[in-house]
Every structure is written in C-alpha cells, then in structure tokens.
Design a protein around this ligand. Sequence first.
Ligand code: ZN
Ligand code: ZN
Length: 406
Amino acid sequence: MKFIILVRDGLGDRPNAKNKTPLEAAKTPNIDAMAREGINGIMDVISPGIRPGSDTAHLSILGYNPYTDYIGRGPLEALGADIALKEGDIALRTNFATIDNRTNRIIDRRAGRIKGPLKELEKALNGIKLPVDFTFHHTIDHRGALVLKGKNLSAKVSDSDPHELDAQINKIRALDGSKEAKETAKILNTFTEKARKVLREHPLNEKRKKQGEPPANGILMRGAGAYREIMPFEKKFGIRGSCIAATALVKGVAKHLGLDVISVPGATGDENTDIKGKFDFALKSLETRDFCLINIKATDNFSHDGDFDGKVEMIGRIDKQIQTLSKIAKKDIVLALLGDHTTPVDYKNHAGDPVPICILGPTVRKDEVKNFGERSCANGNLHRLRGNDLVPIMMNLSGLAELFGG
Ligand code: ZN
Ligand code: ZN
C-alpha cells in the first residue's frame, strides 16, 4: 500500500474566549468522519515545548533530525525556488523593501509586494562588484536569494532584516569569533550598501515613484545557511516519495531530501489555492511513488494575521475536498492528517503546543475519538507521538516496513 501525509500548516491552535479553537469551531463533517474511522493522537513535532519553523517541522515529520540536518532557511528557500546550490555556498533569503532615503528607515518590508518580472533589477544587482563570486536571484514578488560562492566564508552571520517597520536595516554581524564570519558579514554589508545605490538610481524605481508605488530601493537579508548534501530520503527509508507544496521553504526541504517536487497549476499558497487539484495530483503521483506529502499553507497565514474566522473558513474549505482522499484511504491507501506546528491566532506566531493527528486506512486500529480537534484527538489511541515517529508508523501501516531482527 501507499501513503499520503496531509499537512495543514499551522493547524494547531489554542481556545479563544468562547473556549473553542478554530478547529473546534469549524464545521468539518468529513474530517470528523475520518477521526471516527481512524486512529487519533497528538504530536510534538520536534519535542514538547519546542516552537518549530515550517522547515524544521517538515524535516522532523519526514524522519530527519532538525538539530543536525537543518541547513538554514536561506539555502532551503533557494532550493525551493529552483536555484542550484553547490556544497559550501552561502545562501540568504532576501526581500526587496522600501527605504526612506532621508531617514534610512524601512517604510515597507515588501516594497508594496512588488510584482515581477524584475529581471532588470536582478541584472543591475548582479553587476555589483564584491570580493567574492555571488549571484542575486529574484524569485517571486518581493522575494529573492543571494548566494555567495567561494572559500573562507561562513553562514554564522546575523540578519540585516530587523523584521519590523520604521527601523533601519541592521548591520550584519559575525555570530562567532571566526575570521570567516567577520569577512562574510563585511561582504554582505557592502552588498547592502551598494544595492541601495544601484536600486535608488534604477529607472524601474523612478517609474514606480511616478506611478505612486513604493520603490524597491533596499535589500533585506535573513536566514544565512551553508548548503551541504544530506542522505536522500530514498536511501534512508528505502521508499520513494513526492511533495506538493506552494511555498518555497517546504519545497526546498523536500528537494534537499531528494523528494520529487510536483507543481500543481492553481496551487498558490494562499486561501485561493486549488485544494482539489493538489489532492488529485497527489493520488496521481502514487502511481509511480510510495508516498506523497501535501502541504496546505493558508491555515498558517490566517493565524499569523490573527484572523480566527478566516482560519475557521479555510479549515471548512479543506473539509469540503477531503473526501477525494478519505474515500480511497478507507480501502487502498493510508492517510495521515496533521499540522506541522501550532500557530495560535492570538499569538500570531508558532508555538510549541502539540498538534492533532489522525490516521485513516484499512490497517489502522480505530479508536473512540468522535471528532478531529486538538483536545479530542488527545484521547485517541495514538496517544502522544514525536514528528520522527510518523514515517515509520506510516510505513508499518502501509506494509512497507522491513522486519527488524529475525
Ligand atoms: Zn508551517
Ligand atoms: Zn508560520
């Protein structure tokens, strides 16, 4: 048998003033039916109380150790955006931002969510002279990546992105005492300064200003990491998988592990994403692979925006499509439904609370849980798992696990 892991990003939550989480408030007849037919539990995605990023969460869910196998957000987002990296390359995630030229303060961290193609800006930035080889890549909207190539560099450097408005761009600092980190910080600060000049004078920004749009006149950087190869999933677990996700970060994790990343037309990473399309492509992918991980991002976006009702509605929207998978899971595949972390709407950020999980399939020992929620699933027979337990459990239920011993 084959299996599907469906991650609803940031799904877990905490009860509001009416003592309901978004999952408990949402109308989810189909997912509740899954909980009744399946086996349920809660999961500490990394370990109790640890607040996972989406990248470290997905690594853990896919059976890797985020403490030793995580290479940083920069290189993973770069991989997810189809940028080829070589061993030792230092990659950082970048934003085009709008800076007030008089006060040097950041007015917009995303330059009005500028739309591409921005090949002209990319070309101008790649014309900057630095003491090392580098490439700047525009990926989508305000996003991009900077890749430094060469010896004697280090990823142990801070972010220039202050992550808030009305602040100045931070000077990048070395995070350890090494010569390499100091040198890398210096190079990145030089790039930041030269980029300001190149962008300020760029005709595209002159045009934007005339049209009343915020100019993309600064670069913010974060998440420095050094690329290195990792043991591929297929070698580690002996099975072949694919991943369907819209966000570059999750796609990057999948690529790093050697999963096939499948593009689905209409998969947008926001609430308008084509949920059914993602499910159909996942089922199709199982014709040639053993499993598929699907990520649906929008639930997490609503949490970050503090939008309880939006999250409730998004959960309901997924419920309407889930039968595409759950009908088949009753007889032919094993299906796990979970979150990659808890993102409480009130907190607007990831928290370390466990996430609910339900597994449906012909081989599961179904339990007494009646509906899918953070608190109801805690009464299920999967009890309390770690993220790392998931792949072995799914392989066992699918009949794909090797016998350990004689
Ligand atoms: Zn996430
Ligand atoms: Zn998030």
